[in-house]
Structure formats: structure tokens, C-alpha cells
Design a protein around this ligand. Structure first.
Ligand code: ADP
Ligand code: ASP
Ligand code: MG
Length: 413
């Protein structure tokens, strides 16, 4: 008998039929004698619908109220799933994040989990009950409802698995594992049987939304056995998905590149003709960070006329706010010539631990993009990844040619 935490994403519980199907899958696991804690997302499209509704009423809703509202999506699915399980003769009980309780900090819309009270869950499990927990939500010290950021149900599941010392955390979704790149963009993408935490962390942080980045951080930190699988496979035809592992698999030839990640959600800002003197970077980025805007890539060009151009990227949703800060607070103070912005860019990244021992990956990546006439606007590297910023219109092409050039469509030798 094992204690298993399962998470079902939006598409997996997207309709009454899907919810009944998930209930049947849970019943099969239960009948094998396992204890089950199940985390669910809102039905697909529901979180987007709720956010859009809020914005129809108020263009800039207060984050606390937004959390009260968007957390309702998950509250609907926990109850529906409990009903479906009860109809199959399985004891089941639903809990909101606050009822568990999943204690978080008070950063509304992107709260962090601080602790989880396992008391109720343990006694239900002892009583042979399937415990169903609303993903994506928690409650702060003052009892305010909080949410964990888009895709946050993954993190709820991993945090529960860590708190309960579960034997495995299974993330059920609409693809049958983690692929070498998003299979919806490159149909030749290959499913990986295993991927290291380190690589998965990079893939997630560089845009592969199959797992929320915080869930991977949590799993790495607390050594949670994490697996991504499909909820759409028929009974008897289930595959074992992708296991996220701590160790690099030394029994296999390590590929240099494990995957290509991309993120459309980016925007670039440039401060032109900045006087080249100490303190400029902090004068430009200080007001941006005070406004709680995360900066990703940064480039400062060396100037020969005593001025430089300073570019950086932000999340596209924060582009307008960042542009306004530069125009109003930065430009007049530092005497820059002009501010430019581009919110039609994207970031494409090659990720792989094998890169550490193989020089030449960057030059190959740049050559492949050049051969397609794709201009690289910015570059950033780490030990196990190379990212480039390119015009958004080249996203699919860039991902496809890089995927092919690094041989990701073929099984490793
Ligand atoms: P859920 O609603 O189950 O949380 P998501 O839509 O958040 O599902 O994540 C699953 C999606 O992630 C897939 O449908 C796929 O399009 C996308 N995706 C992006 N990169 C990858 C990748 N490398 N491997 C698998 N799926 C990926
Ligand atoms: N429902 C939330 C979202 O759409 C959380 C999740 O699905 O993980 O972002
Ligand atoms: Mg998701």
C-alpha cells in the first residue's frame, strides 16, 4: 500500500464526463489498496473566465478580491469530484485550501506555501477516505484567501506530497509526459522517460508550462518523487509518463540538449543614449524593481561616444507599466535620449545538463538560427541553458529548426 498524491489539471476535469472518468481512475488506484489525496484544478477555461469577468467590472481589481473570486473555480471541481466518487461507492471528502489548511504568505495572486496542516487529511485517510483538495489556493495568517499563481495546482500537489511524505506525486494532464519541446508546436517532439530536476526546473522557468516552476523547486527540495502522466489514456493502456529524477542517468549516453523551451510572454524595453557612468543600471532598474516588476535578461552595449544603450526584458503583462516608469521616472532623471519598447518578442532556450561538458552548443544554436534568417536580439547563458530573444513571428520556426538541429526528434543512441 502506498500513499499517492494525484493532481488533475483543467482539461482532465473539463466536463462532467471527464470528472466521472477521473473518478473511475481514482477508484482503480483505490481498489489496489492505496491511500489517495487528490488535488484538482478548476475546469478548463474557468480561471480565465473568472479573471476576464473581474476585469469587466474593474480594470485593475484589488488582488485580494481577485483571489477570493478565482479560487472559486477549484471549489466547484473538488465538490463535483467527491460526488462522482461517492456515486462509485468510494468514500471521498472535499476540502478547500483554507479548510486543510494550506497556510501561505499574503502575496495575493502569487502566494507561497508556508505550511500544510495534515491532521484532517491523515484521519480521513485512516478512515479509508479519498481526500480531495482544491489546488491553487491557500489562506494567510489573517484568514484571507490567497492563490499561488497560474498553474499553481501543481505546486499544491507537490507541497501536499512533501508534507505527507507521500510515496509518489502524480501530475495527470493532457499530454502523456514531458517532451523534448511542446508537442503542440513540434509534432516530432519525443517523450522523455526521465528528466533531471535541474533540467525540468530550467524548462519550467523558461516557459514549458507542463509543470509550474515552484512545484519543481518544491519537489527537488523535499525529494518528492514526481511523475507527469496522461489522464486521457484508456484503462489497461496507461503508460508510465515521465519521472523527474534527482540523479543524472549515468547508464545512458547523456544527450547534450534535453529540450527546447520557449516563452511568448515576454517584452523588451530599451533606454537609448544613456550617459555611461557608474550607477546607471541601478537608476534604471531600481524603480522597476520597486514596482515589483521582475526583470529577466539585461544587456548593456558598450558605447564609444560616452553613451550606452540599456535593454532588458520583462513579463509581457507588465510591459505597459514598465514603459510608463521608464518614461516618467527614469528618462528625465538620467538624461537618456529615448525609450523604446517591443512587446512582440519571445524567448527560445536550449536546455541540457550535457552542455556542461560539450562546448560549441551556443555557436551551433546561433548558426542554425542565422541559416533561417532569424535575427537574435538578446542572448543569455548559464551552465545548462542558452536563451535567445527573437521576434515573436519566428517562434515556431526557431523551435522547430533547433529541435531538429540538436537531433531531439531521434531517440538517443
Ligand atoms: P494542466 O491543465 O493539466 O495543468 P497545462 O496546460 O498547464 O495542463 O500543461 C500541459 C501542457 O503543457 C501541454 O498541453 C503542452 O501543450 C504544454 N507543454 C509545454 N511544454 C511542454 C513539454 N516540454 N512537454 C509536454 N508538454 C508541454
Ligand atoms: N486554475 C489555475 C490556473 O488556471 C491553477 C491551475 O490550473 O493549476 O492557473
Ligand atoms: Mg498546468
Amino acid at each position: 500500500m502506498a500513499l499517492i498524491v494525484q493532481k488533475y489539471g483543467g482539461t482532465s476535469v473539463g466536463s462532467p464526463e471527464r470528472i466521472r472518468d477521473v473518478a473511475r481512475r481514482i477508484k482503480r488506484w483505490k481498489m489496489q489498496g492505496h491511500q489517495l489525496v487528490v488535488v484538482v484544478s478548476a475546469m478548463s477555461g474557468e480561471t480565465n473566465r473568472l479573471i476576464a469577468l473581474a476585469k469587466e467590472v474593474s480594470p485593475n481589481p484589488h488582488p485580494r478580491e481577485l483571489d477570493v473570486m478565482v479560487s472559486t473555480g477549484e471549489q466547484v471541481t473538488i465538490a463535483l469530484l467527491a460526488m462522482a466518487l461517492q456515486d462509485l461507492g468510494i468514500k471521498a471528502k472535499s476540502y478547500t485550501g483554507g479548510q486543510v489548511k494550506v497556510l501561505t504568505d499574503s502575496t495575493f495572486t502569487k502566494a507561497r506555501i508556508l505550511s500544510i496542516d495534515e491532521h484532517n487529511i491523515r484521519s480521513d485517510l485512516e478512515d479509508d477516505t479519498v481526500v480531495i483538495v482544491a489546488g491553487f489556493q491557500g489562506v494567510d495568517e489573517q484568514g484571507n484567501i490567497t492563490t499561488l499563481g497560474r498553474g499553481g495546482s501543481d505546486t499544491s500537489a507537490v507541497a501536499l506530497a512533501a508534507a505527507l511524505k507521500a510515496d509518489e506525486c502524480q501530475i495527470y494532464t493532457d499530454v502523456d509526459g514531458v517532451y523534448t519541446t511542446d508537442p503542440r508546436v513540434v509534432p516530432e517532439a519525443r517523450k522523455l522517460d526521465r528528466i533531471t530536476f535541474e533540467e525540468m526546473l530550467e524548462m519550467a522557468s523558461l516557459g514549458s508550462k507542463v509543470l509550474q516552476i515552484r512545484s519543481v523547486e518544491f519537489a527537488g527540495k523535499y525529494k518528492v518523487k514526481l511523475r507527469v502522466l496522461s489522464s486521457f489514456e484508456e484503462e489497461g493502456k496507461e503508460t508510465s509518463g515521465t519521472l523527474i529524477t534527482v540523479e543524472e542517468d549515468t547508464t545512458m549516453e547523456q544527450p547534450i540538449i534535453s529540450g527546447i523551451a520557449f516563452n511568448r510572454d515576454e517584452a523588451k524595453l530599451t533606454v537609448l543614449g544613456v550617459p555611461d557612468r557608474p550607477g546607471i543600471a541601478s537608476q534604471i532598474l531600481g524603480p522597476i524593481s520597486e514596482a515589483n516588476i521582475d526583470v529577466d535578461m539585461i544587456i548593456q552595449n558598450v558605447g564609444h561616444d560616452g553613451t550606452t544603450d540599456f535593454s532588458f526584458t520583462v513579463n509581457r503583462g507588465e510591459y505597459a507599466r514598465a514603459l510608463k516608469i521608464l518614461e516618467e521616472q527614469v528618462k528625465p532623471h538620467i538624461g537618456a535620449r529615448a525609450i523604446e519598447g517591443d512587446n512582440k518578442i519571445c524567448k527560445v532556450s536550449a536546455v541540457g545538463v550535457g552542455m556542461r561538458s560539450h562546448p560549441g552548443v551556443a555557436s551551433k544554436m546561433f548558426r542554425v538560427l542565422a541559416e533561417e534568417g532569424i535575427n537574435i536580439q538578446m542572448i543569455s547563458t548559464s551552465e545548462i541553458k542558452i536563451s535567445v530573444v527573437v521576434d515573436e513571428k519566428y517562434l515556431e520556426l526557431a523551435v522547430r529548426v533547433l529541435h531538429q538541429a540538436f537531433g531531439l526528434d531521434k531517440a538517443p543512441a
